[in-house]
Write a protein that binds this ligand. Structure first.
Ligand SMILES: C[S@@+](CC[C@H](N)C(=O)[O-])C[C@H]1O[C@@H](n2cnc3c(N)ncnc32)[C@H](O)[C@@H]1O
Length: 369
C-alpha cells in the first residue's frame, strides 16, 4: 500500500460533560438559533423532499447531524427533521401513497475527541422506541464519512465557522500575512484576510464535495450558521469585539510572564466568519446541488443586549480546547478572570460594536445525476 500521509486536521471539541463550563450548559445561544429556523426547516422539508425520488428507500431514512457536539441542541434539530419526514409521509398516505412503516437511522457526527459518552447518556427516551436508531460517527466533516449515495438528509448547525486548521502563514512572523497580536481574522489586514479566505474556500469546498458524494440524489442538506454581511468587518461586530478583548488579555498575560511571547505570536484561532457572498460562491462552484434556499434569518437574541458574562461563558465552552492545546493547561481561568475585569472596567462589548454579523439558513438539494 502506498505510504500516504494523512492530512493533519486540528480538532477542538466543545467542553464535554455537564459541568458549569460545559457546552451542554452554555449553548443557549446556539439553541435559540436552531429554534429560530424550526418552522422554516419544516416547511423546507415538506416542500422539497420528494418521496417519489428514484432510489429512495422509503422505509428507512438515514439522517446525519454534522458537528453535533453534546447536549440537547442536536436532538432538537434532528427531532424536527424526523417529525417532518413522518408528517410528509402521513400527508402522502392520506392521498393513498407511501403506506410504509418508517424507521430512522440517525448519525451523530463530530470529531473523535467530542464527548460522545455524554451525548449518548443524554439521548432522549424516544430513541428507545424501536423506530429511531442512533449511532456516533467520529471524524472530520471535511472529508467523506459515509458511503456514497447513502444519506437522505444532512444537517449542520453552528459548526462551519471552525476551519480544519489555522492558516499557517498568519502564525509566522516572517510572512506578510503574520497576524501579530490578533487572534483571528479581523478583516483589517489584506494578507491575513486572504490567508483565512483561502483556507475557508478549501474547507467549505471539501465539506460540500463530501456531502455531494454521500447524499442520495434528491437528498437534502440543511445548513445553519453565522457569517458576515458583505462589507461588514469582523472587528466591528460584537463577536469580533469579544475576540479582540480576549487577544488583549492574552497580551497582558504575556507581559506578566504568564504565557510566553512567542506562544502568543504564533497563536490564531481556526475560526472564520465568511462573507455571505463567499459562502454562496463556494457552494455554487461545486455544482452538485441546487440551492433551494439561501437567506438571512434573524437570530432571536440579535437585539437583546447579552451580558458580557453570558458572552464569555458561551465562548469559553467553545475555545477552551484550542487555548489549552496551544498554551498548555491551567491558563483558562486566569484568561477569563482577566476578561471579566477588563469588560467591567471598559465599556460593554455591545457598546463597542457598530456592525452586525448575520445568521444564514441554507437548503441544498442534491441534483439527480
Ligand atoms: C458550536 S458546536 C455546534 C454544536 C451543535 N451543532 C449546535 O448547533 O449546538 C460546533 C461543533 O462542531 C464540531 N466540529 C468543528 N469542526 C469539525 C470537523 N471538522 N468535523 C466534525 N465536527 C467538527 C465541534 O467539535 C463542535 O462540537
Amino acid at each position: 500500500m502506498a505510504n500516504v500521509k494523512p492530512t493533519l486536521i486540528q480538532s477542538y471539541p466543545m467542553i464535554g460533560g455537564d459541568g458549569p463550563h460545559s457546552y451542554l450548559r452554555n449553548s443557549t445561544y446556539q439553541k435559540a438559533a436552531i429554534e429560530s429556523v424550526r418552522a422554516k426547516t419544516k416547511e423546507a422539508i415538506l416542500a422539497k423532499l420528494n418521496l417519489q425520488t428514484p432510489k429512495f428507500d422509503l422505509n428507512l431514512y438515514k439522517i446525519a447531524d454534522f458537528g453535533c457536539s453534546v447536549g440537547s441542541n442536536t436532538f432538537d434539530a434532528v427531532q424536527n427533521i424526523v417529525e417532518t419526514v413522518k408528517l410528509k409521509h402521513q400527508r402522502e398516505k392520506s392521498k393513498g401513497k407511501n403506506q410504509t412503516h418508517l424507521e430512522f437511522q440517525i448519525f451523530f457526527n463530530d470529531q473523535s475527541n467530542n464527548d460522545f459518552n455524554t451525548l449518548f447518556k443524554t439521548l432522549p427516551p424516544y430513541y428507545l422506541d424501536h423506530q429511531i436508531f442512533a449511532c456516533g460517527v467520529p471524524g472530520s466533516f471535511y472529508r467523506r464519512l459515509f458511503p456514497k449515495k447513502s444519506l437522505h438528509i444532512g444537517h449542520a448547525s453552528n459548526a462551519l465557522v471552525w476551519l480544519s486548521t489555522t492558516p499557517k502563514d498568519i502564525c509566522n512572523r516572517n510572512t506578510q500575512a503574520w497576524n501579530k497580536n490578533n487572534i483571528l481574522c479581523t478583516n483589517l489586514v489584506d494578507e491575513v484576510e486572504k490567508a483565512y479566505k483561502k483556507q475557508f474556500k478549501k474547507d467549505m469546498g471539501a465539506f460540500i464535495e463530501a456531502r455531494a458524494q454521500e447524499l442520495l440524489p434528491g437528498g437534502l442538506m440543511i445548513i445553519l450558521g453565522l457569517c458576515l454581511p458583505d462589507g461588514v468587518q469582523m472587528i466591528r461586530t460584537w463577536k469580533g469585539v469579544f475576540y479582540d478583548m480576549i487577544g488583549d488579555c492574552l497580551i497582558d498575560m504575556a507581559e506578566s510572564g504568564i504565557i510566553k511571547e512567542e506562544k502568543l505570536e504564533s497563536f490564531n484561532l481556526p475560526l472564520y466568519f465568511p462573507r455571505f457572498s463567499e459562502l454562496k460562491e463556494v457552494i455554487e462552484l461545486n455544482g452538485c446541488f441546487s440551492v433551494e434556499i439561501m437567506e438571512e434569518v434573524k437570530h432571536p437574541m440579535e437585539d437583546m443586549p447579552l451580558s458580557d458574562g453570558f458572552i464569555a461563558s458561551m465562548h469559553r465552552a467553545a475555545i477552551h480546547g484550542v487555548i489549552e492545546e496551544h498554551f498548555g493547561g491551567g491558563i483558562i481561568d486566569e484568561l477569563f478572570d482577566r476578561f471579566s475585569k477588563k469588560s467591567t472596567r471598559d465599556h460593554s462589548i455591545y457598546s463597542k460594536a457598530s456592525q452586525k454579523d448575520m445568521q444564514y439558513f441554507i437548503l441544498l438539494k442534491r441534483k439527480i445525476d
